[in-house]
Ligand binder design. Sequence first.
Ligand SMILES: [Zn+2]
Length: 172
Amino acid sequence: MDMKENKREKTPQVFTFSTNTWYGLPVNITVSSNNLHRVTVPGLALPHPGLVNIISRWGLPTEIRLALTSYHELGHLQTLPVPALHMLLLLWPRKGHLVGPNIWRWLVAILTHQVVWELAAECYVVATDRRAVKDYRTPMARGLYYSFWSGMAALAVSGTLFLLKRNNDKSQ
Ligand SMILES: [Zn+2]
């Protein structure tokens, strides 16, 4: 009896749901308390570990953690136009265009693009479920949440400005 209960406690909790994005893409999302998540769209399954979600949901009860994590995963698809437009801004043909031999600028562009997409997905979480920012965390976990996302916002802005400025400089 005791062993059975222990075993049940160690089984990860899983939360899964299916929906359509606002542009009509069917999506199935499965998130797990062991931080392995899976997003499935027609013809493509994307299993991945949830590093951003581990940091963002630190200190939250499991039920809230799983719900907010699933909204974050859905948020990536719901906000797809945001990183797409951002990438277009970085890649828009101009003198001193991003395309070139400089691998570092490409790496900065990919990192910045990913950070912008994470920010967009988390904004979707906050807009969808206020538990994301309500007082369920300890002060330390809350500090971690706001520090992490402030850092991400700073990275997104500085990365974007860096890439645009370098492009402009080169065009002179
Ligand atoms: Zn994410």
